[in-house]
Design a protein around this ligand. Structure first.
Ligand SMILES: O=C(CO)COP(=O)(O)O
Length: 242
């Protein structure tokens, strides 16, 4: 089974109820790929009500308890989420999340019936030091739990230095990392060749088609350009045509 194509929007801490109109504009065009919107938790239920796949941007590793401000995977599922982004670099950096914590959260997501979108990516210093492939290998080994399958896990390669900067790796650099991820997952999981692999970091209408033509790139995790239908619509169209 070939990986499914997925255009995923990570709205981060952006958007109020008024932003839902942007989703209506994207839905107005036919899509030849899966489309996922991960809005702030406050909007998940409203996005789900539109009949589009939606997800959280983080979850706790425990199913319930005294964890003020946190959300359990089962609670995301309860309001209509099908996915949850885990291990985003903004959480690994701002909240010092470790690979082991990401793996525990992914396990909780799987137990709740959610697809975990697990993010990996090197910093600029790590790339400059020639450590990119080692960093990605270690993050995959540590962040992807043994219970992962192609049905419950998507991997997103997001170079930290490309997020929100307008800079992207070269096509060869993306291809190199995606080939590595495909190899590592195939070596570890029976269906590892079928995991969907996304690229994320400054994906825009102007570079989407080129990125989607790179081998083993099955879609994108889009930040800023997912907030406006005039940007996200053409990205969905480019993936549909890829
Ligand atoms: O972090 C990202 C998606 O998770 C990428 O963000 P940008 O598309 O804004 O660079």
């Amino acid at each position: 089974m070939a990986p499914r194509k997925l255009a995923a929007g990570n709205w981060k801490m952006n958007g109020t109820l008024a932003a839902l109109a942007e989703i209506d504009r994207v839905l107005a065009q036919p899509a030849g790929c899966d489309v996922l919107i991960c809005p702030p938790a406050t909007l998940i239920q409203a996005v789900a009500a539109k009949g589009i796949a939606t997800g959280g941007q983080d979850c706790h590793a425990k199913p319930s308890g005294a964890h003020t401000g946190d959300i359990a995977a089962g609670q995301l599922k309860d309001v209509g989420a099908s996915h949850v982004i885990l291990g985003h670099s903004e959480r690994r950096t701002d909240h010092a999340e470790t690979d082991a914590q990401v793996a525990a959260k992914a396990t909780a997501a799987h137990e709740a019936g959610l697809v975990a979108v697990i993010c990996v990516g090197e910093t600029e210093a790590q790339r400059d030091a020639g450590q990119t492939l080692d960093v990605i290998s270690a993050q995959l080994a540590g962040s992807v739990p043994d219970c992962a399958t192609a049905a419950n896990t998507v991997i997103a390669y997001e170079p930290v230095w490309a997020i929100g900067t307008g800079r992207t790796p070269t096509n060869d650099q993306i291809a190199e990392v995606h080939a590595l991820m495909r190899d590592r997952l195939a070596a570890r999981f029976a269906d590892g060749a079928d995991f969907a692999l996304l690229y994320g970091g400054s994906v825009k209408p102007g570079n989407a088609a080129e990125i989607f033509a790179i081998p083993h790139v099955n879609g994108a995790l889009v930040g800023g350009a997912s907030l406006k239908a005039s940007d996200f619509g053409p990205i969905v169209a480019a993936l549909s045509a890829a």
